[in-house]
Ligand binder design. Structure first.
Ligand SMILES: [Zn+2]
Length: 144
């Protein structure tokens, strides 16, 4: 799943839990749960993967900044923790690209790889999830 969608889900969860440590832990769990549902992937080649990954990484960082700006001040720490926890498992992608190795134990890498339910023709599913998660996150972060 795109890291942007993990970030949006992490913001929603962080804004709902309102406590940083649970938000972080639930964010991490949400990452693996979301990777196990059908989503966009199975890139035709490395170049295409990198084009999507760079755009997605930048969109995810932009979403983090925007959601922290939108969040009510008393929720920002939990929102940040939720987003970081939700995005953290995918740190293996840039780590492998730049340093040649994943920061996670081999068992985590195997599990993370094995749970993926990816297919190339699912961009609209991914985009729809992004729209729904963004709307829900903004609503949750602004709610008094
Ligand atoms: Zn993942």
């Amino acid at each position: 799943m795109l890291v942007t969608n993990h970030v949006l889900a992490g913001a929603l969860l962080g804004g709902s839990t309102r406590r940083p440590l649970p938000a972080f832990l639930i964010g991490v769990a949400s990452h693996f749960a979301m990777d196990a549902v059908p989503h966009w992937g199975k890139w035709r080649d490395r170049e295409y993967f990198l084009r999507v990954a760079v755009a997605d990484g930048l969109a995810g960082l932009t979403a983090m900044g925007a959601l922290l700006t939108v969040a009510r001040p008393e929720r920002r720490a939990a929102v940040a923790a939720g987003m970081i926890g939700a995005a953290l498992p995918d740190l293996d992608k840039p780590a492998v690209l730049w340093f040649g190795a994943s920061p996670w134990p081999a068992a985590v890498n195997r599990f993370h790889s094995r749970i993926q339910d990816e297919a190339a023709g699912r961009f609209s599913l991914e985009a729809g999830a992004a729209a729904a998660l963004a709307a829900a996150a903004v609503a949750a972060l602004r709610r008094p």
